[in-house]
Every structure is written in structure tokens, then in C-alpha cells.
Write a protein that binds this ligand. Structure first.
Ligand code: FES
Length: 103
């Protein structure tokens, strides 16, 4: 499912998108790699796409500062305790395609 163009993504800036099936996804670029996670913090449901990429592949929630590894969805820092979902990503002709949930 098409989500964005690669050229729209910057390493330090998460991008929130809503897919045609209604999924809210946050895209994070790390060089040539692009990661997709659910755009919802499990702590208080804030949109993670409003946060910051504070280190390579580390997304920080803008509300209370929870941090997640966008490669695995794992929590790196509370107050969140639950991991976030990650999705398959494929790039075709400069277009970012999102597949099924991985975790
Ligand atoms: S809503 Fe994300 S850390 Fe609280």
C-alpha cells in the first residue's frame, strides 16, 4: 500500500501518514533504510509522528518522552511499557510501500 515518496523523508523528521485502509503509520528514515511503525504511543495514545528522531532509529514520543526502536518496536525508555507495532516496508521506484504488520 503506497504511503509516501522516499524524497519526502528526512533522517531526523518522522512522517505520519494515513493509509487507504485507515492505518495510521509513522515513517522514519535512516539513510537508505525506511521503517514504519504504528503512529500511536502506547502510553497515552499520542501521535509518535509529532515526536523526534533523537538517534538513528530511535523515535521519541513528544508527550512524555518514551523512546522506541523503530526497527523492532521495542521500548527503550519509559514511561511506555508496551512495544509498538512495526510494518513491512518496500521501496519501488522511489515510492514507499507498507505491507502487513510484522510485530
Ligand atoms: S503519550 Fe507517549 S510517552 Fe506518554
Amino acid at each position: 500500500m503506497q504511503a509516501a515518496y522516499v524524497e519526502d523523508l528526512e533522517d531526523t523528521l518522522p512522517l505520519g501518514v494515513v493509509l487507504t485502509d485507515g492505518r495510521r503509520v509513522c515513517l522514519v528514515r535512516d539513510g537508505e533504510s525506511i521503517h514504519a511503525v504504528e503512529d500511536r504511543c502506547p502510553h497515552r495514545d499520542f501521535a509518535l509522528s509529532g515526536g523526534d528522531v533523537v538517534a538513528p532509529c530511535v523515535l521519541e514520543c513528544p508527550w512524555h518522552g518514551a523512546r522506541f526502536d523503530v526497527r523492532t518496536g521495542a521500548v527503550l525508555q519509559g514511561p511506555a511499557t508496551d512495544a509498538i507495532a512495526t510494518f513491512e516496508v518496500r521501496v519501488e521506484n522511489g515510492i514507499v510501500m507498507i505491507g502487513p504488520r510484522r510485530s
